[in-house]
Design a protein around this ligand. Structure first.
Ligand SMILES: Nc1ncnc2c1ncn2[C@@H]1O[C@H](COP(=O)(O)OP(=O)(O)OP(=O)(O)O)[C@@H](O)[C@H]1O
Ligand SMILES: [Mg+2]
Length: 508
């Protein structure tokens, strides 16, 4: 029997970075026509392995075979020429250009304005074949994150890739967009293409992947396990090396005084259109209020208005009874407001600065870190080292630039900075996005500890499971308004409210 060669084989891949062994003799096998999930804790070496396969990094040792033939890539271009393409978490599209222009960018094909419409047709057709909903003439800046991801996929399909590597593609998508993506991936494998799917969401892996490979600290702990032969619990154990509890203990607690009060708040989005249409709500000390909403229903704007990053066009924001409407971000920090932002790399951290600089960013003006006009370097470093330990930030040292950290460890840097300030009010946007199951458990415990310490917490999460596990009250937002408020875990009612199917009369 003539066996179909594997789409890709990686043998004995080794990759060192200063102070880290990111891949330690990793073997990885990808079959033709399969969706293969790559799982592992934050920093396990998933992105590194795939960056090697996509021609971005050179391995220190090991071999790669594509359809049985040894290859040696010097650039992503080389990899694409062999039919291997990767989509990273941060897209590389040019906002001012159209979808078609972006896809043609960097190709050698002649491009004449007169032919652009012909290309548009071609893109539309290709998109349709794989269930990608795109408008070739649209400018990229007009597109949602999910649509931009579709453009990235189309770009790879247009280049004829046989193997598509996606690094945490669902982390930025809303639930329905995830289903759309899965349809596209299934359409691709039905044509014999192969997909590598990196994700931390075990449920998704079980749903969409045929097989799964698990990495732990740079080594393979399960190679090509069939998803039909495993369970969520087993995968979690393979990743973390211990049993992971999917249940948290939340102590009953009577909330204290109102810390955050929003009165009829209005604001516009970046395009100048109304994003908040009169939002009123309150959060008390020692209480977690969860905001359930599908992306784009005003929740980002709401968080920004409270943290001084966006102007209110109407209404009032009060913290501990004091009117802080349209104060600066720095002033809100002074009032004890902490913020775990959605966008980690731009708003959340300064990528080129060290872990130390990033964790002290908000406290350097106060003693003991401030010494007269200068910064007490030793105190700063000591504080950073303590936080690195407490928040389990995996990095060679506190001097490491945060841009070199894995996605999950970057999130821990932000959490360390924000939670260590003992906030009175914490605005947490998708605090566990991109974290591995063990880390999610850790962060959720940290949030509950903040609640017990008396912080008022406004939690934004697209994971209903997370909202249920942590919240004392659940507020549903739809199209910039509050659609309802619940204390019970009624998925059906919440789902209806999130999609505009039901609205509650409220007095608050
Ligand atoms: N360019 C780099 N320079 C230095 N160290 C790096 C670099 N890229 C990755 N690392 C380190 O290699 C290790 C593996 O990182 P990698 O990004 O592959 O992890 P990951 O499994 O993708 O994690 P996550 O789930 O958090 O994204 C980490 O310790 C990371 O800090
Ligand atoms: Mg990664």
């Amino acid at each position: 029997m003539a066996a179909v060669p594997n789409a890709v084989e990686m043998h004995g891949i080794v990759k060192h970075f200063p102070g880290v062994l990111a891949n330690d003799h990793v073997d990885f096998e990808l079959r033709a026509g399969e969706i293969h999930a790559l799982l592992g804790e934050n920093g396990a070496g998933k992105s590194t392995l795939m960056n090697i396969l996509a021609g971005l990094y050179k391995p220190d040792a090991g071999t790669i075979l594509v359809r049985g033939q040894p290859v040696n890539f010097n650039s992503p271009r080389d990899a694409i020429a062999h039919g291997l393409g990767m989509i990273h978490q941060h897209f590389t599209l040019v906002p001012s250009q159209t979808v078609t222009e972006n896809i043609l960018l960097g190709l050698d094909e002649p491009r004449f304005l007169i032919r652009l419409s012909a290309y548009d047709k071609q893109m539309a057709k290709l998109g349709e074949r794989f269930g990608l909903n795109i408008t070739p003439q649209a400018k990229v800046w007009q597109l949602s994150v999910g649509e931009q991801q579709s453009v990235e996929i189309l770009k790879m399909l247009y280049r004829g890739v046989q193997v598509l590597i996606m690094d945490e593609p669902t982390a930025v998508l809303a639930p329905q967009e995830i289903e759309e993506l899965f349809k596209t991936l299934r359409a691709m494998v039905s044509e014999g293409k192969s997909i590598v799917f990196i994700s931390h969401k075990l449920q998704e892996v079980m749903e969409v992947a045929d097989r799964v490979t698990v990495l732990r600290k740079g080594r393979v702990t399960a190679a090509g396990l069939k998803t039909s032969d495993t369970t969520r619990q087993e995968l979690a154990r393979l990743m973390v090396g211990r049993e992971v509890l999917f249940r948290l203990e939340k102590k009953p607690q009577t909330p204290g005084q109102i810390v955050l009060q929003l009165e009829n708040v209005r604001a516009n989005n970046d395009k100048g259109l109304p994003a908040l249409r009169g939002v009123s709500l309150s959060v008390r000390a020692g209480e977690i209020v969860g905001i359930a909403a599908i992306a784009g229903n005003g929740q980002s704007e709401l968080a920004e208005v409270i943290t001084g990053l966006r102007r209110c066009t109407g209404g009032r924001v009060l913290v501990n009874g004091e009117d802080v409407t349209n104060r600066s971000a720095w002033q809100t920090i002074q009032k004890g407001v902490a913020h775990v932002p959605e966008d980690r790399t731009h708003v959340g951290t300064a990528p080129n600065l060290s872990i130390t600089d990033n964790v002290i960013m908000k406290s350097y003006r106060q003693p003991p870190l401030a010494r007269g006009w200068s910064l007490n370097q030793i105190a700063a470093q000591r504080k950073a080292e303590a936080l690195k330990e407490e928040y389990v930030i995996l990095a060679p040292s506190v001097e490491t630039q945060v841009r070199l950290l894995s996605g999950g460890n970057l999130q821990r840097v932000i959490l360390a900075r924000e939670l260590s300030s003992r906030p009175q009010l914490l605005i947490a946007m998708q605090p566990t996005r991109g974290l591995d199951v063990g880390a999610i458990e850790g962060v959720q415990r940290l949030l509950l500890a903040q609640r017990e310490a008396g912080a008022a917490i406004l939690l934004f999460s697209e994971e209903l499971e997370e909202i249920f596990a942590l919240s004392d009250r659940i507020v549903v937002m739809y199209e910039g308004e509050i659609a309802g408020e619940l204390t019970e875990h009624d998925t059906e009612t919440i789902g209806l409210m999130m999609t505009g199917g039901k609205k509650q009369e409220r007095t608050a």
